[in-house]
Structure formats: structure tokens, C-alpha cells
Design a protein around this ligand. Structure first.
Ligand code: KIV
Length: 279
């Protein structure tokens, strides 16, 4: 699973990733890899690289749309980007993030939103944040045939009640609640759970307590998979980054340098040369 988004079907031909492939990865001890994507081009790159899971995260509100949190993101914005990602990644399992306010009213509102993600955007599944009363929502969606990814720990849509982006599950009681919520989310029928910004030991406890794959972001090495935000892992984001972010490239620097070179070449009359001009 960590190396291919197109597992071979019975005929030996590649086929799109399914929930069964994701579950099998946990059973076989293979690490799952997920990255966020928000547009056609990045989705194509991930699909071609064989990344099995793409999350169209509501983080797009911050990294693409310039909001100061994920709270303002609308369903229409999410659907617009999810459609582009689905077009670019025909073999990858695409999860659409349901934004704040689009499922918290209860199961029926959640099903109406999830239906739009599956029918209008072509997502394979939806993600929603929280345990507690969200368990009922997960059960309702899965019973209706919607694959659901849970999200526990730091749940950015609740930044206003959490009082900031802080590590969660640090006390014994909070860690126990996280494990209990994860078990309840599995029992409600979710196929996977994202664990964000929790101590490694809590990530390990949750992962051992559930039979479905956990995908960590700042949850330590014991989770069944890892996810990072596209802009963070490529070194496109500025400012103070969370401890768990590892930039694998410096694309912001590369892009700035290319833009400056273009600027100088135009100013100096070096571009366009004969090679880039019609005769
Ligand atoms: O919105 C998002 O990108 C997410 C990931 C950080 C898991 O929820």
C-alpha cells in the first residue's frame, strides 16, 4: 500500500484503491501513506507516484484560500477542489473533508453533505472531526453507505473551543477518552481514523485498541500510516510550522528563484530569445 495506488486486480491489471485495500494494509502491517491535495495537478502527481490515499483537507482554507483557520471553509469550496482532485487521481482513494457547520447539526445534515461529496464531487469517502456526539453521525453515514474517516486529537475546526492549536490527549483522562472515542468510531463503522497532535504513546494506544487503520499527523511512529499537508511537506508554507512537519523540499525557494530569474531576463531583454520566438 505504501508504494502503489493501483494494486493489481485479479486480472493483474491495475485498479483503483478501495476500502478493502486500506484495511488489508493494516492487517499486513504495511504503512499507509496519505497526503493532502487541493487541485488537479497535485492530484495527478500523487496518483502517478502511487500514493494510495488523498485527503482534500479543509486545510485548503488556510493554505490555498488564505483564511486564518478552517472554520470559514464552505461546502461549495470543498466540492470545487474535490472535483478537481478526483479528475486528477483516478486510481487514488479520495477523501473529502466535511467543513465546519456542514455536519454538526446531526445525522441528517451530515448525510446531505456527504451525499454531495460522493455524488457531485466523486469523492470515495468523507472525513469528519470529533468523537462524543459525532459517533452517532458516523453510524448514520456508514449505515447509509458512506465510507467515513474519523479525526481525533487536535480537531482544527474546534480551534475556538480548544483555545488554539495545542497537543491533545496529554492527561491520563484525556488519553483514555481518545481511546474510547476511537473504539466507538470503529464500532460505528468508520474505515479509518486520523489522529492529530497527540503524544506518541497515545497514538500507539489508539492504534492497538482499534482494528481499523489509524493515520497520524503528529501522533508518533506507531500509527498505521502518516499524513502531511502538501504545502508543508514541500516547503511551500511560511511561518512557524508544527513540530511534526518535515519539509521534504524547498519549493518556495525554488519558485521564488525561478520567478526572479524570469523577472531579470525580461528586464534585460534576454527572454524571449530566438529559441522561444515564432519565426
Ligand atoms: O484538513 C486537513 O488537511 C486535515 C489533515 C491535517 C489531517 O485534516
Amino acid at each position: 500500500m505504501s508504494t502503489t495506488a493501483t494494486p493489481a486486480g485479479a486480472s493483474g491489471h491495475p485498479r483503483p484503491v478501495t476500502v478493502h485495500d486500506i484495511q488489508r494494509a493494516k492487517e499486513q502491517g504495511e504503512k499507509l501513506v496519505m497526503l493532502t491535495a487541493y487541485d488537479y495537478l497535485s492530484a495527478q502527481i500523487l496518483d502517478e507516484a502511487g500514493i494510495p490515499l488523498i485527503l482534500v483537507g479543509d486545510s485548503l482554507g488556510m493554505v490555498v484560500l488564505g483564511y486564518d483557520s478552517t472554520v470559514p471553509v464552505t461546502v461549495d469550496e470543498m466540492l470545487h477542489h474535490t472535483r478537481a482532485v478526483v479528475r486528477g487521481a483516478p486510481n487514488t482513494f479520495v477523501v473529502g473533508d466535511m467543513p465546519f457547520g456542514s455536519y454538526q447539526e446531526g445525522p441528517q445534515q451530515a448525510l446531505a453533505t456527504a451525499t454531495r461529496f460522493l455524488k457531485e464531487a466523486g469523492a470515495n469517502a468523507v472525513k469528519l472531526e470529533g468523537g462524543g456526539r459525532m459517533i452517532e453521525v458516523v453510524a448514520y453515514l456508514t449505515a447509509a453507505g458512506v465510507p467515513v474517516m474519523g479525526h481525533l486529537g487536535l480537531t482544527p475546526q474546534s480551534v475556538n473551543t480548544l483555545g488554539g492549536y495545542r497537543v491533545q490527549g496529554q492527561s491520563e483522562a484525556a488519553a483514555d477518552k481518545l481511546v474510547a472515542d476511537a473504539v466507538a468510531i470503529e464500532e460505528a463503522g468508520a474505515f479509518s481514523i486520523v489522529l492529530e497532535a497527540i503524544p506518541s504513546e497515545v497514538g500507539r494506544r489508539v492504534t492497538e485498541a482499534v482494528g481499523i487503520p489509524t493515520i497520524g499527523i503528529g501522533a508518533g511512529p506507531a500509527t498505521d500510516g502518516q499524513v502531511l499537508v502538501w504545502h508543508d511537506m514541500l516547503g511551500l508554507t511560511t511561518g512557524r510550522l508544527p513540530r511534526f512537519v518535515k519539509p521534504y523540499a524547498d519549493l518556495r525557494g525554488e519558485i521564488a528563484s525561478a520567478v526572479k530569474t524570469f523577472q531579470h531576463e525580461v528586464a534585460d531583454g534576454e527572454y524571449p530569445s530566438g529559441e522561444h520566438t515564432y519565426g
